[in-house]
Design a protein around this ligand. Sequence first.
Ligand code: DON
Length: 564
Amino acid sequence: MKTLHLPKQINFSVLWFCLLAFPPPITLAGGPRMAAIASAHPLATAAGFEILDQGGNAFDAAVAVSAALAVVEPSGSGLGGGGFWLLKRAADDKEIIIDGRETAPLAAHSSMYLDAQGNPIPALSLDGPLAAGIPGLPAGLAHLAKKYGRLPLLKSLRPAIRHAELGFEVGDYYLRSVQSKEATLRRFPASAEIFLDHDAAPKPGFRLVQKDLAASLKRLGQAGRAGFYSGETAAELVKAVREAGGIWTREDLEKYRVVERQPIIGQYRGIRIVSAPPPSSGGIVLLEALNILAAYDLQHADPITREHLIIEAERRAYRDRDLSLGDPGFVEIPGKQLTSPDYAAGLRVAIRTDRALPSENLSDAASPAPQGDNTTHFSIIDRQGNQVAATLSINQSLGSGFVAGGTGVLLNDEMDDFAVSPGKPNAYGLVGGNANKIEPGKRMLSSMSPTFLQTEDRVAILGTPGGSRIISMVLLGVLDFAEGHGPQSWVSVGRFHHQYLPDIVDYEPGSLTAEVIRGLEKLGHKLKASKPYGNMQAILWDKPKGLLEAASDPRGEGAAWARQ
Ligand code: DON
């Protein structure tokens, strides 16, 4: 596999200079005695370090980074969205995931996005307030601070509040995101007022000021979860949503709770894998694919066979995603079976090295959908060795495009992650089944895969945005880690992806050589070049070397710093 070298789109030279100016790592027992943060925006990485420097731990820093991203990268995540925070506490080695996934409103029902003939009306589950699930991110931040942090919530929210109040100059990525969503943003006055410049897509140099959002963040900081889910913010959210055709009620907000869950844990060739459980499909699909691959010596396979086997493993693991995964509060998940090595051995029997096996029930309607770098991921390790891998989302770029009145909160369009019409593809071409049908209060199935990797000597923290491709990107990252490479390589590696349906391998230009493309086509695979995708943020702690390395995907505008 080739490594892509893509140019950074913004020159954050001053910040990079600061990184280079810090002293080299030292080797000591216990935690790494240094800290590292990799996130999709330099101001968010800086916010995390600001809180670490004020005595916060990795969990306080995670609050600061999540909130800062909500302000400075509104295309990817925000108070109006949700996500998963995978934690490891150094003091007792506790590993836990905070599930702050959105829920379907209580008035939601399985045919709410269908026309009279039963066909999905895509705009309804993607744009405007009807597309929005009940947000989990604010509850996640309150929970993180209260249960795992050292600092008051309000203190960790300060950097985000400052950026929202004073504004900041947006980068190319923001400008492109707004351009592609301009028409939707213009439909909603509060959205247009904040994200557009005099009702037009802003130009370079635009400062994004979000005073209402700053006030909502303050109320959250002062009152904890009640500062968002009850009182002034809640009243305004519900009023704005209902006036614009949405179905939220005060009860939806009052009832929202984060859930602490045990992560999915498994092994791949001596590497301990810790990743996201349902309602994310990430950990199960990742482990199932790795279990299938574990019997092959990929490192010494010729490149055509190597990529073919990865594609065949993905085809089978994503098929099980479609067939059986959903919210564990509503459906029985065969997690043990799907992640068992014996099950993988059974699937492996039907894999041939001399040809691709076509996916069953190939649907004409399914085609690779545009996706890639919305949503957001960050990775943190503090000086004591506390770890956070968090993937947060409002689903598509700028979510539903709907800002709820005077709250300044941009709402998600995560309802489209349900199987809106079981058997028909969603925005990511994913074909879900009944396990992921819409039900009141249910969490929609996700692909977000915040992940830890551990060997005797090495610890890795990684994840990425990218819709259904998140899992295959993390898979390629794990395989690259297994081959001994470092985080700069994991985040840069050329990407390709197969998700069972549609039966197509999509690949980044440059990720597969012409010879490999020809070889895969000869085996019967259909290939399609896509734009570069993903925005991986990763950290490596090499214990014997006492080395902490952080890396930010060259496709994005992020910043990865490691320092004392
Ligand atoms: O939870 C999920 O799987 C999706 N809502 C993530 C969306 C995403 O990564 C968008 N990025 N391209």
